[in-house]
Structure formats: structure tokens, C-alpha cells
Design a protein around this ligand. Structure first.
Ligand code: ADP
Ligand code: MG
Ligand code: MG
Length: 514
């Protein structure tokens, strides 16, 4: 397998570039043009799109590792549904994160406000993505996936990922056999990837479970978006899957900044969320599902009115994806608490949420954890502080705040200085995580029409969808829907610390199972 991906000549690179970029545009593997193009007034009608960065070949990925991630996804869904239902646990998490993290505290306040008057919607929707990298102790040892993080809000790229798998399938069928070093058919397996359909299925399940709208109104789904979103077509693929026949569900995109302007709550106790589309002002829909592709970071809440908008949605009868509770369940602090062995407790913390008797995959799930430490004043926290401040030890770690969306972490040698720049009483808002260093893989990335060849690092994401009842007391009836929903492979140059595609340094990829 050392010959995969094959070496290609400059002219073969040109050929694959031409074929791949056209395929991307023809199949919606695109993003809006960069801000500089828009700022220069070159897209006044907002009609331009540009091919996303992709690898020319699906990256080789151990089948064992892929299967490991896929196998535990439904248990992960179940786990995060259970954490979302455990308000006491989450209250403790928020307390441990502390007041220095104003964003998490503000989120929690939204929950407390709604709790005071009582929630009217017991159902909760999760469109999750669990991210992994391959870890291999020594070249001889069996590779395993280790979890980078678990996303509970705005888990993106499910739309583009399904298309990337199709791009690579197309290239494999039409192009790879023509190369001077042809890729032998059957040497690798390109698994089916139903990420767009799978995520849409979660939304459709929630839409159906919402029940009938009141007063003869029509129901709809709202995709809540950020202003100036470049990654809009990723969301569009999902929208088209939700609104496609036979269900033909009305789907609207609503910028988070316009929530209070275009939605209101129905009179009476039901608190149904009513939406009047600005271009169709003769219509009023009852919103069954609010799917958030925004609201995960402080930047989306520039003023108090943005927090009022979040509160307004949270107290409504629409099914939220996610609720505030589920968003808090997705903090890195929760991931750390799950992964840190609790020597003082009689049973692992996981058993608080999932019983080993009914969840035979619990051990497999635990095997995906890597070492993560608190940076608080506990014994484990004190140990971690020593590691983080040591100029040699720190090189094996990444420091993470409770943030989403990429670009927030502090890596390796930058950690000690960063920590020293913050008051010690704020350190509890961070977690310290061991770096996962996957075995070397090489590939060629097509970005802005140019090819970049070299060592790459791949990050696997497994999507999951889950619909559950927050109030149900009978454990066997809590979950209404639980499914694995396809995968994502994101790849970055091995010199880059972060791999977010939207952030500009990563690219879309798919797996060639080896
Ligand atoms: P975010 O929620 O902002 O995406 P992540 O925890 O996913 O935060 O970190 C962002 C990126 O940093 C990841 O996509 C990965 O490239 C890198 N990264 C994070 N944790 C690790 C780790 N333990 N080992 C190696 N790389 C990591
Ligand atoms: Mg994240
Ligand atoms: Mg991430």
C-alpha cells in the first residue's frame, strides 16, 4: 500500500485539477467567494461560488479505525442525550468552568430563565459529530482512533462530505486507472457516505415528532444562520434533503440577527414559534424545528438583543437543535470530566449516564478517550499545571478554552506563556489535552486551482442523530430516534495545527479504507 496514493506527474496533476474542479462546481462542492472578492465589489448579486479545497485522492485510513468510530456512534449519541438530561451534572460543569468564561455563564443563564417559567417542549434534537484522529503507539502496534472532540452544535460539513465521497468515487472510476501509476481497483474501499441524507433524517424525525401545528397553520423547519456565511452550500445540501419529496417540508433560512424581527410566540400557554418569511408576508408558519448553524461562539452575540433572541427560541415550543443544555453538554470541560479517571468515586463517571449492563459498547467508547486534564486546583489539576508550565512537557499538549469553530486553541510551547498571561483563578476554564500524532500519510491537496503535495494529517468525523425526551422517566422510552449518519474526513498539511476547512487551512477528503 506504500504506492497509494500514487506519484503523479505534473501533467497528470493538471489533468486531475481540471477534472476535479469542474466536478466540484457541477455538484455543489463549493463555498461563497472569499471576503476580499466580495469587498472588492466583484459579486454584487451574490451569485459567485468557488470550489472547496479537496484532496485529489481519498486518504488511506485504517478500516479498523473507521469501524471503531462508526461502531460507538450510537452509544455516544445516547451518552450526550443522557448528559443533556442531567441538569445537576451540567450545573456543576458550568460552575467549574467559572465566571471568567462569560459566554458559558450567559448560556447557562438562558437555561435558568426558561427553567423558571417551565420548558414547553420536552423533545430535543441532536445532530452530533464525534471527531477522531488515528493513534498508533509504535509502528507495530494496532492503530486506534482517539477522540479529538464531540460537537453538539452546528456540526458542519455533512453536506459537502457526501459530495466529496462522490467526487472521489467518480475519479476512481473515470481517472485513477488512466494514470501512469494506476490505482488498482479494489486495492482500497471507498465506503458509502450518506452524511447529508443521514443528518436530514434527524431533522425529519423531529419535524414529524413535533405533531400537528395549531389553528390550521403549516409547519416549517428553520435553519438559523450566521450573517455572511461562506459555507452556505454545505447547509444547502441538507436543506434540499429535508425539503425533497415525499415529505416536502418547508425549510427557511433565517439569520440569527433577525430572529426577533421575523418570529413571535403564539398567544396563550403553548408558546408556539411563529415565523413570517419576509418575502412571503401573507404566510405564517409554525416552526417545528430550529436547526442552529450559529450561536456557538461569543461573536454571534454582539449585543443583549442576541441573548434575548436565544432566550426567545429556547422558551418556544419549537424543537431545538440544540437546546442550551445540549450545547453545554458539548463543552470541552464535559469531555475532560468523562475522560479523567475519578479515583475518589466508586464507579466511572460514564456509569452515571449509561449502564454497563445495557451498553455493551461502553468499553469500546472509553477506548476512544485520550488523556485530558483539568487545570483547576484539584490534585489532577495541580499535576496538569506542572505539565502545562514545563517548557519540555508542554510540547506534548494542546490547551483548549470552552470554544467552538476552530482557531481557539493554544499549542505546545505557546502554552506556558499563555497561561502566565492569565490570572490563575481563570485557569479552570481551560482543559489540557495530550496531542494525538497520527502516522504519516501523504496526499495532494487542490486548493484555489493549485496543487500542494506532502505530508497530511487526517481527522475523521462520525455523524450521529438523536431525538430524545428530556422529561421521560422510563429509561427505555427516552430515545425516540438514534442513528449513525455518515462521516467526514478533513485533511490538513502536517505543518498546520488546526484543520477547519472553513477557517482556511483544511480541506475536504474521504477515506480509502486499508
Ligand atoms: P473546535 O471545537 O474549535 O473545532 P477542536 O478541539 O476540534 O476545537 O480543535 C481544533 C483542531 O485542533 C482540531 O481539528 C485538530 O486539528 C486540532 N486538535 C485538537 N485537539 C487535538 C489533539 N488532542 N491532538 C491533535 N490535534 C488536535
Ligand atoms: Mg468543535
Ligand atoms: Mg473541531
Amino acid at each position: 500500500m506504500s504506492s497509494y496514493p500514487p506519484e503523479i506527474s505534473a501533467s497528470e496533476g493538471e489533468r486531475l485539477t481540471e477534472v476535479a474542479k469542474d466536478w466540484c462546481i457541477a455538484h455543489g462542492l463549493v463555498v461563497r467567494p472569499p471576503p476580499a472578492v466580495v469587498a472588492a465589489g466583484q459579486d454584487p448579486g451574490n451569485i459567485l461560488a468557488t470550489a472547496v479545497p479537496v484532496t485529489l485522492f481519498p486518504s488511506p485510513f485504517p478500516k479498523l479505525c473507521f469501524d471503531q468510530g462508526a461502531h460507538v456512534q450510537k452509544t455516544y449519541n445516547d451518552l450526550y442525550a443522557a448528559i443533556s438530561r442531567d441538569e445537576d451534572f451540567l450545573a456543576q460543569i458550568v460552575k467549574e468552568i467559572g465566571d471568567s468564561d462569560e459566554f458559558t455563564q450567559a448560556l447557562w443563564k438562558v437555561h435558568l430563565r426558561v427553567k423558571e417559567e417551565g420548558y414547553v417542549q420536552p423533545l430535543s434534537l441532536g445532530l452530533f459529530r464525534s471527531d477522531y484522529m488515528v493513534h498508533q503507539e509504535t509502528p507495530e502496534s494496532t492503530p486506534q482512533v482517539k477522540q479529538v472532540e464531540f460537537n453538539t452544535i452546528a456540526s458542519s460539513f455533512g453536506g459537502l462530505s457526501a459530495q466529496t465521497s462522490l467526487l472521489h468515487r467518480y475519479l476512481a472510476a473515470a481517472e485513477y486507472g488512466l494514470l501512469a501509476n494506476p490505482v488498482i481497483k479494489g486495492a482500497t474501499t471507498l465506503p458509502d457516505n450518506h452524511s447529508a441524507k443521514g443528518l436530514a433524517q434527524g431533522i425529519i424525525q423531529a419535524f414529524t415528532a413535533y405533531g400537528e401545528a395549531k389553528a390550521g397553520r403549516q409547519k416549517c423547519v428553520i435553519f438559523l444562520t450566521q450573517d455572511g456565511e461562506r459555507n452556505i452550500f454545505d447547509q444547502k445540501h441538507l436543506e434540499y434533503e429535508v425539503s425533497a419529496p415525499p415529505q416536502t417540508i418547508p425549510v427557511f433560512r433565517l439569520p440569527f440577527s433577525e430572529v426577533l424581527q421575523h418570529t413571535r410566540l403564539a398567544e396563550g400557554d403553548g408558546r408556539q414559534l411563529l415565523y413570517t418569511p419576509p418575502q412571503l408576508s401573507h404566510l405564517t408558519f409554525e416552526v417545528a424545528v430550529v436547526y442552529m448553524r450559529c450561536g456557538y461562539g461569543p461573536g454571534d452575540y454582539p449585543s443583549e438583543s442576541a441573548w434575548e433572541a436565544r432566550y426567545h427560541l429556547e422558551r418556544s415550543a419549537a424543537i431545538k437543535c440544540p437546546t442550551v443544555l445540549t450545547q453545554v453538554a458539548g463543552t470541552k470541560k464535559v469531555q475532560q470530566v468523562l475522560a479523567t479517571p475519578n479515583t475518589s468515586a466508586s464507579a466511572p463517571i460514564l456509569h452515571r449516564f449509561l449502564s454497563p449492563a445495557t451498553h455493551t459498547t461502553l468499553k469500546d467508547l472509553e477506548a476512544t478517550f485520550t488523556n485530558i486534564y483539568p487545570l483547576d486546583t484539584s490534585a489532577a489539576g495541580q499535576e496538569a499545571r506542572k505539565l502545562a508550565l514545563d517548557p519540555e512537557q508542554c510540547k506534548r499538549y494542546v490547551l483548549k478554552p470552552q470554544r467552538e469553530g476552530g482557531g481557539n486553541n493554544i499549542y505546545r510551547s505557546a502554552i506556558p506563556e499563555f497561561l502566565r498571561s492569565k490570572p490563575e483563578e481563570h485557569w479552570g476554564a481551560y482543559i489540557l489535552m495530550e496531542l494525538i500524532t497520527p502516522p504519516p500519510v501523504r496526499n495532494t491537496i487542490l486548493r484555489n486551482g493549485n496543487l500542494e503535495s506532502g505530508g497530511v494529517i487526517c481527522e475523521l468525523g462520525i455523524y450521529g442523530t438523536c431525538l430524545w425526551d428530556q422529561n421521560e422517566k422510563d429509561e427505555s422510552k427516552v430515545l425516540r430516534w438514534n442513528d449513525m449518519a455518515g462521516y467526514l474526513l478533513r485533511t490538513k498539511g502536517d505543518q498546520s495545527e488546526e484543520g477547519g476547512v472553513a477557517a482556511g487551512f483544511g480541506c475536504m477528503d474521504s477515506v480509502a479504507l486499508i
